[in-house]
Write a protein that binds this ligand. Structure first.
Ligand SMILES: [Zn+2]
Length: 197
């Protein structure tokens, strides 16, 4: 775990991370207002600065927005007020903050088909729905892993409901396995098989 100006950045998953701070945790209210709160903007600024800034690619953004729209049409209970951004880095990772989902440029380029991109978005949307970025930082690897496995299972259901290949969630875990702690890939795939048979 690394700390950046009081905001804890917890690297995890499907090459994904969650940001959390005690100040944002106390805010309450809608994700949209959190996203535009001082704390929300500060967290976004730090994350974007850490990962190379925003990578402008209108074709990629349009493609991601089209996939996201399909996910949200099928699952109206998902957070609807958020924007997707690419980060200009060769690291393969994804992140979510209130009102914001980030994929790194390298991850986007690695995910060749729409099902894998949908899996990455669905996993991050599950984190948003679970409000993981507003929770205190995980106290242990096992707590972090539990958040990831919970998001994996939710993502597989989102993929199923929206007509994407739900097996893509498993594929995504395998693809980003090298970014994760030892043993996480096996345990995440195992849990996925159990939770979403
Ligand atoms: Zn995750």
């Amino acid at each position: 775990m690394k700390r950046v100006s009081g905001i804890a950045l917890l690297l995890a998953t499907a090459g994904c991370a969650t940001l959390s701070s005690p100040s944002t945790q106390r805010l309450g209210g809608a994700a949209g207002s959190l996203a535009e709160s001082r704390e929300g903007r500060a967290a976004a600024f730090l994350l974007e600065a850490r990962y190379g800034g925003i990578h402008e690619d209108s074709a990629a953004t349009l493609r991601l927005e089209e996939i996201a729209a399909r996910l949200m049409r099928a699952c109206p209970q998902l957070p609807q007020e958020w924007r997707c951004h690419l980060l200009d880095t060769s690291a393969r990772n994804a992140f979510s903050l209130p009102g914001r989902v980030y994929l790194t440029r390298a991850l986007y380029e690695d995910l060749e088909n729409s099902d894998l991109l949908a899996a990455a978005l669905a996993h991050e949307l599950a984190h948003l729905a679970h409000e993981d970025s507003l929770k205190p930082p995980c106290a242990s690897d096992s707590e972090a892993l539990e958040r990831e496995m919970s998001a994996d299972a939710a993502a597989a259901r989102i993929l199923r409901n929206s007509g994407f290949d739900e097996a893509a969630m498993r594929g995504l875990i395998l693809l980003v396995g090298r970014e994760q702690p030892d043993d996480w890939v096996r345990r995440r795939v195992q849990r996925l098989d159990t939770a979403v048979p």
